[in-house]
Design a protein around this ligand. Structure first.
Ligand SMILES: [Zn+2]
Length: 547
């Protein structure tokens, strides 16, 4: 089993709706374990609260920054709309968010085309609200009316499939209609009513597969009884490649760029657009009201008010206690519950028994059924399909041809895209490295030339320097040796002369002494005989012994 197969195994109905003893509610908002994938940190704050903080700081631009960004975007939208009838397109359900988007779009001086999807479930108030809005604001309205019989079968198919995704047929059709009209009219911008401040805390497990036509088609073919013919749809290829890249249609989440306060927005709308409130988020449609107020909470334990109120808590509009008090109130009054149940069952062509069977059926999720997202080529279920297609004809084969067609288209586009990407990349790097090597070659040539010249200069300098130095020392040493030679020669001569002179002088003085002694002896010799005492005295005097 691959990793992705394991991921969907964990998300199948049997796991998601398995009875669990533990109940836990976030300490910051009121999200609880009715989201089977909720996680809490040590302080008991749920992951939705962390996501909320992260995404609000990253994707919501309030105040001055928001106004600047918005002004820039509006200028761009106006430029893109030049020469066309409309600058942008917007979905108009008649609910708070979409109505306020229409109002703000008009205030910004843009020329929108409003699109309303009539799926047969509009409440009278919403019809009146939409009429008022487009008349007062002077907006062109396109109403896309779905083939009721086909749409009814699709809705029943989703209910019988027993997944919490029964809003998908409507949501998918409105998105599809918006993109197709935008493409037809050459409109580049979709003003988007979805917003982070009030909508993002809806758990992924509460509904999945809005863009997955493979899923929608499978449920219709399995539980609906007749194929889809006119239902507006798109597939992943359209959503990820054709709309954004081929047709270059962009969605602009307008409400993320203004200080969106739902209460204030409703007051403005009541006053200026003669708008009448519905008493609940998305209750402009009777089906939505009943689905969110009855089927989802009663059958699946999902109460969308919980995520909506949690957003308001995180946004500081209400306190957690107020939200907890609000969620205790029933979503629908008992009377309305009864009326709606009868009305919805009758309109969908379901008997009381059939409706009860739907309410009591085993709960499933998106991951229990084949879909474009789940059954990618290479997975086990996809291989099963191919295997069945080989041995059986009919529906299996036809649906497989469709699937193969879809995947072929998807992968051809995908590979074409990657091929283009790699070619671009390789071309870029080739050019980059050519440039780089050329640069380095030139750089090293320059550098070697410089060093060569430098070392030549340096060697020449040192050669010269040492030659000079050696010559100098040689000369110096020669001079010094000559000087010392001369000096010592002079000294030897000088000492020699002095010695000779001294010896001569000593000899002379000795000779004189001898001579004097001789003379004295000769002169006084005879006296020695007569006066020896005087002789002795004299002799002593001559010899310098005594006077
Ligand atoms: Zn929380």
């Amino acid at each position: 089993m691959t990793v992705s197969e394991d991921r969907w195994e964990r998300r199948k109905g049997s796991r998601v709706f398995a009875p669990s003893a533990r109940y836990r509610v976030c300490t910051q908002c009121i999200m609880d374990t009715s989201d089977p994938e909720i996680t809490f940190d040590e302080a008991g704050v749920c992951h939705h609260c962390h996501d909320y903080a992260r995404r609000v700081s990253a994707e919501v631009y309030p105040g001055v920054k928001g106004r600047q960004q918005l002004a820039k975007a509006v200028a761009q939208i106006k430029r893109d709309g030049e020469g066309k009838k409309y600058d942008c397109i917007l979905g108009l359900s008649g609910g708070v968010d979409s109505t306020y988007v229409a109002y703000v779009t008009k205030q910004l001086g843009l020329r929108p085309l409003a699109v309303h999807l009539d799926n047969g479930w509009n409440s009278e108030i919403s019809v009146r609200n939409i009429e008022n809005i487009v008349t007062i604001l002077g907006i062109d309205l396109h109403t896309e009316v779905l083939d009721w019989e086909e749409f009814r079968r699709l809705q029943v198919a989703f209910l019988r499939a027993s997944t919490p995704d029964s809003e998908i047929p409507t949501d998918h059709a409105i998105i599809s209609t918006l993109y197709k009209l935008a493409a037809d009219q050459g409109i580049r911008w979709i003003m988007d009513g979805s917003n982070i401040v009030t909508e993002i805390m809806v758990p992924a497990t509460w509904s999945h597969g809005h863009s997955d036509f493979g899923y929608i088609k499978h449920l219709n073919d399995t539980f609906g009884g007749a194929p889809l013919k006119t239902y507006p749809h798109y597939d992943y290829y359209d959503y990820m490649v054709r709309f954004p890249h081929r047709q270059r249609i962009e969605r602009f989440p307008l409400l993320n760029y203004i200080d969106f306060n739902k209460m204030e927005a409703m007051e403005i709308m009541k006053k200026e657009l003669k708008w009448t409130p519905y008493g609940g988020k998305h209750y402009e449609s009777i089906y939505t009201r009943f689905y969110q107020g009855y089927i989802l909470p009663k059958k699946f334990g999902f109460d969308k008010r919980r995520s909506h109120l949690s957003c308001l808590v995180n946004n500081g509009r209400i306190t957690r206690d107020e939200a907890l008090a609000e969620i205790q109130k029933p979503a629908l009054s008992e009377e309305m519950e009864r009326e709606d149940r009868v009305f919805v069952a009758k309109k969908l062509g379901l008997s009381d028994g059939e409706f009860d069977a739907i309410m009591n059926a085993e709960r499933k999720t998106f991951w229990d059924y084949p879909s474009s997202e789940r059954d990618l080529p290479g997975t086990k279920t996809y291989k099963n399909y191919i295997w069945q297609a080989r041995f059986f004809g009919g529906d299996f084969f036809k649906s497989d041809l469709n699937r193969l067609g879809y995947y072929t288209k998807y992968y051809i586009n995908r590979y074409a895209y990657f091929a283009k990407w790699w070619i671009n990349r390789i071309a870029y790097f080739t050019w980059y490295y050519i440039k780089r090597y050329a640069y380095f070659t030139w750089y090293y040539i320059k550098r070697y030339a410089y060093f060569t010249w430098y070392y030549i200069k340096r060697i020449a300098y040192f050669a010269f320097h040492y030659t000079k130095r050696v010559a100098y020392f040689a000369w110096h040493a020669t001079k010094r040796i000559a000087y010392y030679a001369a000096y010592y020669a002079g000294r030897i001569v000088s000492y020699g002369v002095a010695g000779v002179r001294r010896a001569g002088s000593l000899g002379y003085r000795a000779a004189r002494k001898v001579y004097h002694l001789g003379r004295t002896l000769a002169r006084y010799g005879w006296r020695a005989v007569t006066r020896p005492d005087r002789v002795v005295v004299r002799l002593a005097s001559v010899l310098g012994i005594a006077r």
